[in-house]
Design a protein around this ligand. Structure first.
Ligand code: 2AM
Length: 212
């Protein structure tokens, strides 16, 4: 077990020169209470999973930065680059509220809950992480960072009208609070049952008190 097998069930296939990689992303976790609240809300959404692939509640997160396939040999340098910088970054609070779609309502691809609260700190954290990992070969995204939680991925446009009505009726929805005390580095593995995320490392932010 563990090693990738060839289709014939023989020995693992090794390509000379191929470097092993992991698909990685930085994200902010949600507390259990906010996950539960999101789950309760999403259970009321009556749009078929054939039209929208709804994200499992346990997989909900705020993506800070998607890295794609990272050679395993680069991961510790990546963590080192981020750890020190993030440890001096003061913790902050977000709220999860509102609902919308990317890129637009004409042909939606992603359904999201929005982020509120201290989104300025979230953007600064994203810039800081970007700055620290850029020298390691991970360039800044061309699109500006937009804080959101992906809750669904549109599979077909058949339910577009229902989706638009759903998003409109939930535009002012309040989902929950998110104390941001740490930044997570996740590995994402694609499986037939959906993505499986596992923690590679957790980076603690600086704890501030009311006196700070
Ligand atoms: P998003 O859904 O929050 O926008 C893990 O797969 C996370 O990485 C996803 O939640 C997604 O962020 C982001 N992601 C996955 N594939 C991506 C890609 N090709 N480009 C940018 N972000 C991606």
């Amino acid at each position: 077990m563990g090693a990738k097998q060839s289709r014939g069930g023989g020995k693992p296939v090794n390509h000379p020169g191929e470097r092993k990689t992991k698909r990685l992303f930085f994200a902010i976790d949600l507390p259990q209470s906010t996950i539960a609240s999101a789950e309760r809300l999403m259970e009321t959404f009556r749009i078929s999973p054939a039209a929208v692939g709804w994200v499992r509640a346990g997989n909900l997160h705020v993506t800070l930065k998607f890295l794609g396939d990272v050679p395993e040999s680069n991961i510790s340098a990546l963590c080192d680059a981020v750890r020190g910088a993030v440890s001096g970054f003061a913790n902050f609070r977000l709220t999860i509220e509102g609902m919308g779609m990317f890129p637009n309502q004409t042909r939606p691809r992603v359904v999201w809950f929005g982020a509120g609260g201290d989104t300025a700190s979230l953007s600064k954290l994203e810039s800081l992480v970007t700055k620290k990992i850029q020298p390691l070969g991970y360039p800044a995204d061309e699109r500006p960072f937009t804080a959101h939680i992906t809750i669904g991925r549109v599979k077909s446009q058949t339910a577009r009208g229902e989706l638009i009505r759903l998003v409109h009726s939930n535009q002012k929805i309040f989902v929950g609070e998110v104390p941001v005390d740490s930044l997570m580095l996740y590995e994402s593995k694609l499986s037939p049952g959906g993505s499986i995320y596992s923690v590679i490392e957790s980076f603690q932010l600086r704890k501030t008190t009311c006196e700070d």
